[in-house]
Design a protein around this ligand. Structure first.
Ligand code: C2E
Ligand code: MG
Ligand code: MG
Length: 585
């Protein structure tokens, strides 16, 4: 290190030359010096190492080692380019792949400089091995362009290929978006390795179909696939997609993935011990009919896909404007429902439950109504499915349960010892706070558990078996009564009776509607009544609309009933009025 006190000694010329020579020798970059005819004059050690020839061999030989007549056209072109640039600009640089003496290929960055010393012209070349950097870059580009699991083009590449196709405006382009039905259940059943194996297998099978007119098969992650067809006849695309659907009907083998038999979804998936069957849903959009841009087409195909999935999937749906309208209505409904849940717009209406012998009100069923800010009072048919789809069931139950608990407490204070049935979708039971919430409400409002009945519909029992059973058993232990609603409308009515701890069976109104004349309905209801006696359960007939219906049910031995003939669902104050009247009579 120098200091102000130390005298400065310039480096002697001979030392400097020696220093530079040694530096060149020790450089990691390969260095070579050529004469004006591009023949080797000198190379450093790194150059010998990279190229595989030593200096003594190279001296006097032309760049590229071989005489011009042995070089490829491309090599000659590069050499000519180098000389032209060097003579005009004195500098040339480029990145090449070069093959060394042992056949190894290197990605190199090369720079050439023309240096004139006196009358002599020299060309000095510097070669930097960038193989690893290039490899990293190539890998990065690959990662950014292809799905890591299936190696298929990702959304970005798919979009750019679509845009390229759209440049040819005379050509019809069809985009299909594809999802595997019940993918989440499959993923939960198979585990991450198993589902990855299935997706790889699925993608490979689509590729092996070699679909006619298919320009690009994209994979946007999980079960999200996209197909780009260049085709003026949409019937051909339809045929190709039918082939794809048929392909899915062949079982997919499951490799080393023990089926999670305890999975709550196990019962609902078409599986054998070693194979699985995949249904698919497909949404389609067409250029130029539905959109003129790649992104717009992709979105419209996706809307068609969502639409068909909501209808149960396992089908193909071609985009149309009506789908767009339905989608925006659905989105608006979701927003409004979330607001309704936050702002407490759900209120219970009460329908009396009647003792058919005495005509007395024995309790009420609480039926939700939505006080919509602009559309007025809405019945469940307008929103209950959306509540389930958007996973707002627990919020709904919570809001209803609070109001019901307050109502029971208020009636109790007025001397009316009533019970209220609350409807619950099985989705509500899966919430971890469900049981604690019910128990807490009963305690807070000092209501006995017997005053609360919970009605579960058959249709909602198809899902989440384990959790529902656990929750129902806990509630039952607490003293809450449980009813199976809409009995006879589901797939496995009888097996539910065996599986869950019901106290009441509610016979669906579809079996009551013509019971006064229809012998089949009579026979069905009689059988259910016999079954209830054998299982020590009570029957409630739903939808009694006239006296003959009430009379025949009573004659058959049905004790409880509900229906418009006794009273429609009414607001809390009207229900209270009914209780007061009954008390006064
Ligand atoms: P549900 O629990 O089977 O309720 C009976 C439905 O039949 C009610 O329709 C009721 O108004 C109607 N009803 C009653 N008596 C008669 C009759 O004599 N004739 C006819 N034609 N209909 C009658 P609502 O209130 O529109 O409710 C429909 C369904 O929505 C309910 O069927 C229940 O499954 C569901 N729901 C209602 N409130 C709730 C709730 O708070 N939570 C959940 N998860 N579902 C609810
Ligand atoms: Mg009900
Ligand atoms: Mg019902």
């Amino acid at each position: 290190m120098t200091s102000i006190m130390t005298p400065f000694t310039p480096i002697p010329i001979a030392d400097k030359q020696q220093l530079l020579i040694q530096l060149c020798e020790q450089l990691d970059d390969a260095l070579f010096i050529l004469d004006e005819n591009l023949r080797y004059l000198s190379v450093n050690a790194s150059y010998e190492l990279i190229i595989g020839y030593n200096e003594s061999f190279l001296l006097g030989r032309p760049l590229g080692i071989y005489a011009a007549e042995f070089l490829s056209e491309q090599e000659v072109a590069i050499l000519n380019k180098i000389t032209t640039y060097l003579d005009s600009d004195g500098f040339y640089e480029n990145s090449f792949s070069i093959t060394n003496r042992y056949g190894e290929v290197f990605d190199c960055h090369m720079s050439y400089r023309r240096i004139d010393v006196g009358h002599a012209v020299y060309y000095v070349g510097l070669v930097r091995d960038i193989s690893s950097a290039t490899k990293d870059k190539k890998q990065l580009i690959h990662l950014l362009s292809f799905d890591p699991l299936t190696e298929l083009p990702n959304r970005k590449v798919f979009l750019s290929q679509t845009s390229d196709l759209l440049l040819d405006r005379s050509q019809k382009v069809v985009i299909a978006r594809l999802n595997i039905d019940r993918y989440r259940n499959l993923a939960s059943l198979l585990g991450s390795d198993g589902i990855n194996h299935l997706i790889k297998n699925f993608a490979a099978r689509i590729e092996s179909l070699r679909l006619t007119n298919l320009s690009c098969l994209g994979h946007f992650g999980s079960d999200d696939f996209a197909l780009l067809f260049e085709c003026n006849d949409t019937k051909i695309v339809r045929n190709q997609l039918d082939r794809l659907i048929q392909m899915c009907e062949r079982p997919f083998p499951i490799e080393d993935s023990p089926l999670a038999e305890h999975s709550p979804f196990f019962d609902n998936l078409p599986t054998t011990d070693s194979a699985i069957y995949c249904g698919v849903s497909i949404g389609i959009s067409i250029f130029p009919k539905h959109d003129t841009g790649a992104a717009g087409l992709l979105i419209k195909a996706e809307k068609a896909l969502h639409f068909i999935k909501e209808q149960g999937g396992d089908d193909i749906c071609w985009y149309e404007d009506a789908i767009d309208e339905a989608t925006s209505r659905r989105l608006q409904l979701e927003t409004e429902l979330r607001l309704a849940a936050d702002e407490g717009q759900f209120i219970p209406y009460y329908q009396p439950k009647i003792d058919l012998t005495s005509g007395a009100i024995t309790g009420f069923e609480a039926l939700v109504r939505w006080q919509h800010p602009t559309r007025g009072l809405l019945t469940p048919v307008h929103f209950i499915n959306a509540i389930i789809t958007h996973k707002l069931s627990f919020e709904l139950f919570f809001q209803m349960a609070i109001q019901i608990a307050k109502q029971l407490s208020s009636w109790q204070q007025q001397g009316f010892d009533q019970h209220i049935c609350i409807n619950a979708d099985a989705a509500e039971f899966s919430h971890p706070d469900f049981f604690d919430m019910v128990r807490g409400l009963l305690a807070e409002h000092q209501i006995s558990a017997q005053q609360l009945h919970i009605e579960v519909t058959e249709s909602s029992l198809i899902k989440r078996h384990d959790n529902v059973k656990k929750q129902l058993n806990l509630l039952k232990k607490l003293g809450v009564f449980i009813a199976l609603d809409d009995f006879g409308t589901g797939y496995a009515s009888l097996s539910y009776l065996q599986e869950y701890p019901f106290d009441f069976i509610k016979v669906d109104k579809s079996f009551i509607s013509n019971i006064e004349t229809d012998r089949t309905q009579q026979a069905i209801v009689k059988t259910i009544l016999d079954l209830a006696v054998a299982l020590d359960m009570q029957i409630i007939a739903e939808g009694i609309e006239n006296k003959p219906q009430r009379d025949i049910l009573l004659a058959m031995g049905c004790q409880f009933g509900q229906g418009y003939w006794f009273g429609k669902p009414v607001p809390a104050d009207v229900a209270t009025e009914m209780l007061i009247q009954q008390h006064n009579n």
